[in-house]
Design a protein around this ligand. Structure first.
Ligand code: UD1
Length: 422
């Protein structure tokens, strides 16, 4: 289904008009799938999103004898006969989220062997915070030949203080503490909404977790978890991508299943442009025409601040806005690989250290470009829709990791994007 040899051909110059329903969040789905390993009953996730990252995680679960199948618009997961197998390099090289499973396996089996994770090449992406956290809970962690061997025979509840609020390490440590006897306190944790979703899911299964969404999470260990039904939160990054696309290209777009509380920093930036924004309940309508004024300064930071996962899309908007802008990347060290691709299309951007200095141009022009990571790929689609002429984007498999049929979604809004096999 996810062909590595595909390209998107984007015909520029069409406005985006119409309605879209926001899909469930990939970044909430992945840890929740990993957390199913903890459950002794059947899980039903009532919504589903067809992404290659989700498929990878299902394959990892299958290797642990955790079966999943799609039905009734959602996905059933059955971990009743879970086995504690080694998670091989072959399985983990595709998604970084594979490392989440280590916390769940430790909690359920007191032992885990997991290969170092892969994922988008947007920085060094070490796993030291996971390892430090596991060690604080008494796990003997040995790193050898590309694997981490986690021996948890002497695991105990305790206190973990994170040096940096890592999303994945926070989620993995929540899972790790869920079936531990006693109370574990996690401090300086990430506050992302996807962590709240994981907490809500686990609590429905019988866990006792509180504090997600703040910088301290308390996990009171329970003996076992049962099955449940759960609806995964909407994808705030996908929503933000569509909003930034409409602001860049122009048009009138209504998004359903939108949650303002997850996207306040983005909306406050969009309010600095000339876009008209109307939010009612769980819908948002954005109308944009002509060039937007530049936003002087955007800095990515952990939630609730502007997300790194929308930085590339914001860079595209600033590239064609009126004025100049400085975009600072503070979460990942290698997230400007899109810049040379945008410059091929006529953008004027100079990268100095962790900041991109953008001088807005009136027009972009179609070019042959390469998607270098998931969000950069989506940003290039936006640039292609704005540009004069045709843009050919290769490495589409990156985009398929996090956007369900992006060409059809934008196509429903009037864009002309073709997927071709090469
Ligand atoms: C998650 C998201 C990803 C998003 C990122 C930041 C998922 C599946 N992915 O990734 O889309 O871009 O949050 O919002 O939810 N770090 C360390 N040591 C560690 C762990 C992380 O130094 O052990 C560093 C990373 O290299 C990075 C920073 O911490 O510079 C943030 O990473 P983290 O919050 O862990 O991101 P992910 O969970 O990988």
């Amino acid at each position: 289904m996810f062909n590595m040899e595909q390209q998107l051909i984007v015909s520029g110059g069409k406005r985006l008009v119409g309605e879209l329903e926001i899909e469930p969040s990939k970044n909430a789905f992945l840890p929740i799938l990993a957390a199913c390993v903890l459950c002794e009953g059947e899980i039903f996730l009532e919504n589903f999103v067809d992404l290659s990252d989700i498929l990878c995680m299902r394959e990892i679960l299958e290797s642990l004898n955790v079966h999943s199948f799609l039905q009734n618009g959602g996905i059933y997961i059955d971990a009743r006969n879970v086995r504690n197998n080694k998670i091989t390099h072959e399985m983990t090289q595709k998604i970084r989220a594979s490392i989440f499973i280590s916390g769940a396996l430790l909690s359920r089996f007191r032992n885990a062997v997991v290969a170092f994770p892969g994922g988008c090449k947007i920085g060094a992406r070490p796993i030291d915070l996971f390892v430090k956290g596991f060690r604080a809970l008494g796990v003997n962690v040995v790193e050898k030949h590309g694997y981490i061997y986690c021996h948890g025979q002497n695991m105990h509840a305790g206190e973990v203080i994170f040096d940096f609020p890592s999303v994945g390490a926070t989620e993995s440590l929540i899972m790790c503490a869920t079936l531990l006897d006693g109370v574990t306190t996690l401090k300086n944790v990430a506050k992302e909404p996807e962590i709240v979703d994981l907490q809500n899911f686990l609590n429905l299964c019988g866990a006792k977790i509180s504090g997600a969404g703040t910088d301290q999470i308390v996990v009171e260990g329970v003996k076992s978890l049962h099955g449940t039904s759960f609806s995964v939160m909407p994808d705030r990054i996908v929503a933000g991508t569509y909003l930034l696309a409409a602001a860049t290209v122009g048009g009138d777009v209504l998004l359903k299943n939108f949650r303002l509380k997850d996207s306040e920093s983005l909306i406050s930036f969009l309010r600095q442009t000339a876009c008209k924004i109307d939010i009612k309940g769980d819908t948002i309508r954005l109308k944009a025409s002509g060039r937007q004024p530049c936003i002087e300064s955007v800095q990515t930071l952990p939630f609730p601040f502007f997300p790194t996962d929308l930085q590339s899309q914001m860079l595209v908007l600033q590239s064609v806005s009126n004025g100049s802008s400085i975009i600072e990347e503070n979460v990942f060290e290698n997230r400007f690989a899109i810049v040379p691709e945008l410059c091929k299309m006529g953008a004027k951007i100079a990268v100095r250290g962790r900041a991109a200095h953008v001088y807005g141009v009136e027009k972009l022009f179609g070019a042959d470009v390469s998607s270098c990571d998931l969000r950069a790929g989506a940003a290039l689609v936006i640039a292609g829709m704005k540009a004069e002429g045709y843009t050919t984007i290769c490495n589409v498999h990156f985009i398929d990791r996090g956007y369900e049929k992006i060409e059809e979604k934008f196509g429903a809004l009037g864009a002309e994007i073709r997927r071709v096999n090469v």
